[in-house]
Design a binder for this molecule. Structure first.
Ligand SMILES: Cc1ncc(COP(=O)(O)O)c(C=O)c1O
Length: 486
């Protein structure tokens, strides 16, 4: 389980760690029933709510499972179906970025409703609380109609900024609502941060592979990309970054410490702390994209690096595109010590965001249903990702490696070297299936034999068939490649 536990941890984490330890050592085996919540509370002299929180924590980590009307049981161990990819080893020098055309083509295909899409990093519509969003929007327009005829101001609606500051407590951050600037999404937040702390020609460090959206922004702002070795499970290598900071003129780090895109990697808590300390020593700002934090299965992965930032160097960006509604376009940023400059830049470049949408979002975040909705979403997504990993293990070529992310909807596959992901992308498109080829995720020429599959789609028979079909095409390409090489 790897839950770091010491006396400073909350009681529920200490209990969860003790139970996880008993499962690890075999004292509790797969299928064993845990004591009821009340019995455990009595035995451990804890409150019922603390025990319930510990059980839920273990359930979210898929260590135990709740069975209706029967209680909690030790879950069967997750079978590692295929090996995971090796940590990445990008070149040590920075590069100018030129990926925009391929990324645009793939994103256009990913948005085509007539295709079966594994291309866009967006959960299927059935994961979103569409009806609640619709009601919140219509109530906001009814009750606050005056704001429709007024220009919105930067930094945006105060209720929403306060709601965001309250939610950021789950990220381990104490934010001042006055420092939060509302934006039209993480994309805008990240763009504003980069423009605040860099000038054209500067070098920005990133994970490798990284979000193609980041590469697009870097290209648009004429910034150079320095890709840092990244582990498929533990994320950015702090050691490799330390070396880069000593040898390269890095102006900023742009990273996704929780459920990175496309690897789905999540940095361990101790590494987050080390990262904040390293950046403070070098006085280099971190643009931290926390868009997936609420989708992480474990509490410790929801904690932001910003929570360890004593210097105001971390610029924390996020939005509600992956949890509430991507179409609302509501995001935010707390830019730490750079807040005044960023706020000015936002006002100059785009002005305020849509007040009525912000009021609706504040309402949605403060309704009691939001937290249970997130838990249901995380559990449903985990089931879908497990199914997809099993189908991939059954139908993709021998030698395929795959990530096992602790949350989120993305899988990164390393295929046998003979499979060219661009050729695979084109062959799949001919069959009305969209995938994201690996080369989109780097400014270097790497990841030619990798693909990203976003498996948070409807999970129906058509999707399963399409997934198997991608595997068959990849198998044929791998065989052809071997025959040519022979
Ligand atoms: C890491 C990352 N950041 C930002 C975005 C876009 O976020 P938003 O919709 O808030 O602009 C995405 C979407 O795929 C993403 O994966």
């Amino acid at each position: 389980m790897g839950i770091p536990s010491d006396a400073a941890d909350p009681l529920y984490l200490q209990l969860a760690d003790r139970l996880a330890g008993a499962i690890r050592t075999g004292a509790l085996g797969a299928g064993d029933r845990l004591p009821s919540v009340r019995q455990c509370a009595r035995e451990q002299s804890l409150s019922v709510s603390t025990v319930l929180q510990a059980y839920r924590h273990l359930e979210d980590g898929r260590v135990i499972e709740a069975r209706p009307r029967s209680g909690y049981f030790v879950a069967a161990p997750q079978r590692r179906l295929l090996p995971e990819p090796e940590p990445s080893t990008p070149p040590a020098d920075s590069l100018a970025v030129d990926i925009a055309t391929l990324a645009e083509r793939v994103m256009q295909a990913a948005a085509d409703p007539t295709l079966i899409s594994f291309g866009a990093a967006c959960p299927a519509a059935d994961f979103f609380p569409e009806e609640r969003v619709r009601r919140a929007l219509s109530q906001a327009t009814l009750r606050h109609r005056a704001v429709l005829c007024q220009y919105p101001q930067v930094p945006g609606d105060e209720q929403l900024r306060r709601a965001i500051a309250r939610r950021a407590l789950a990220f381990g951050c104490t934010l001042d609502p006055r420092d939060i600037v509302l934006t039209s999404g993480t994309t805008e937040s990240v763009g504003l941060c980069l423009q605040t702390v860099t000038r054209p020609g500067d070098t920005v460090a990133l994970e490798s592979p990284t979000s193609f959206g980041f590469l697009q922004v870097l290209q648009a702002l004429h910034l150079r990309a320095l890709e840092i070795p990244t582990h498929p499970r533990h994320g950015l290598s702090v050691d490799a970054l330390e070396l880069a900071l000593r040898t390269q003129p890095v102006r900023a780090l742009l990273a996704v410490p929780t459920l990175s895109n496309p690897l789905g990697a999540s940095m361990p808590l101790a590494e987050r702390r080390r990262l904040a300390q390293l950046l403070a020593r070098h006085q280099v700002p971190l643009i931290e994209d926390a868009i997936y934090n609420d989708l992480a299965e474990r509490d410790e992965h929801r904690r932001a690096v910003k929570g360890f930032d004593a210097d105001g160097l971390v610029m924390l960006c996020s939005s509600f595109s992956k949890t509430v509604a991507p179409g609302l376009r509501v995001g935010w940023v707390d830019a730490g010590r750079y807040t005044p400059q960023l706020r000015r830049l936002k006002a100059a470049l785009s002005g305020g965001h849509s007040t009525v949408t912000e009021i609706a979002m504040a309402d949605l975040l403060t309704q009691p249903g939001y937290e249970p909705q997130l838990r249901r979403m995380r559990q449903a997504i985990a089931r879908r990702v497990d199914d997809a990993r099993r189908q991939i293990a059954d139908s993709f070529p021998r030698g395929t490696r795959i990530t096992d992310p602790p949350g989120g909807i993305m899988l990164w596959l390393e295929l046998p070297a003979a499979v060219d992901s661009l050729a695979l992308y084109k062959a799949c498109l001919d069959e009305r299936i969209c995938i994201a080829p690996g080369t989109m995720f780097s400014a270097t020429d790497r990841y030619r034999h990798c693909i990203r599959l976003s498996v948070g789609g409807p999970g129906d028979e058509a999707q399963s068939r399409a997934l198997r079909r991608i595997g068959q095409i990849a198998c044929a390409m791998a065989r052809e490649g071997l025959a040519l090489a022979a």
